[in-house]
Design a binder for this molecule. Structure first.
Ligand code: ADP
Length: 227
């Protein structure tokens, strides 16, 4: 689903942010990416989202070689990649339902189908009862779950999550991991989670550690997150 083949990203003045990175993430797999600040984690996510292009090497997502995509195909590609941000990035003046419906509106979905899909996503994150609420009236954990519902609602083949659990307590952090796990299993989504969160690290089976722009794979404990 995501394949890096000898990918290097060089910034002229800073040298290589990523150096000769190769890995494959299969459909339904969830991997965890860690590394110190400046190691190249955001660069890796930006390459997958086509916010940047590699300097060298090949990168494909959902069977599509990204090097072959022209500018006009970029918006279509971005719809294949759901993003979850640490700071939620919800529209403050739109209610929960409207925030979650945005990716489906962008995809031109019929309103009746759209309503069903948005409510299914809200149900999945346990927020159906808050569909009319404004984001500012929600707790940080609830806002994070709205952000997750928005990322999963269009059932993209790939989801990228940047520190999705950092501000949450242990119970809520595990709930987030469980939602992502369910998503991976149910829709065969490939998920990359960038995190330093010690609470959730033991739940991952695959761990990629970036050091000086180079990825190192480690086997994780893959501890169950329960039902
Ligand atoms: P991380 O997300 O792991 O903190 P980044 O991917 O943001 O790391 O950064 C990796 C390296 O690339 C750093 O040395 C950073 O300064 C450099 N870098 C990132 N983005 C840019 C940019 N747009 N221009 C120049 N250098 C950049």
């Amino acid at each position: 689903m995501i394949r890096f083949e000898h990918v290097t990203k060089r910034y002229a003045e800073r040298g290589d942010a990523l150096r000769d990175v190769s890995f494959t993430l299969e459909p339904g797999e969830m991997a965890f990416l860690t590394g110190h600040s400046g190691a190249g984690k955001s660069t890796l996510l930006r390459l997958i989202g086509l916010l940047e292009r590699p300097t060298r090497g090949r990168l494909s997502v959902a069977g599509q070689d990204l090097g072959a995509l022209g500018r006009r195909q970029i918006p279509l590609h971005r719809r294949r990649v759901g993003m979850i941000f640490q700071d939620h990035r919800l529209l403050p003046d739109r209610n929960v339902f409207d925030n979650v419906s945005l990716p489906l509106l962008a995809a031109g979905m019929h309103p009746r189908e759209l309503g069903k899909r948005v409510r299914a996503a809200l149900d999945q994150v346990g927020l159906l009862r808050l569909e009319h609420a404004l984001p500012t009236s929600l707790s940080s954990g609830e806002q994070q779950r709205v952000g997750i519902a928005r990322a999963v609602v269009a059932r993209p083949p790939v989801i990228l999550a940047d520190e999705p659990t950092a501000p949450l307590d242990s119970t809520r952090a595990m709930a987030v991991v469980r939602i992502l796990n369910d998503m991976a299993a149910q829709f065969q989504t490939a998920i990359i989670v960038v995190t330093h969160d010690e609470k959730i690290i033991p739940t991952f089976k695959r761990i990629y550690h970036i050091r000086d722009g180079v990825t190192h794979e480690e086997a994780g404990e893959g501890r169950s997150v329960g039902g």
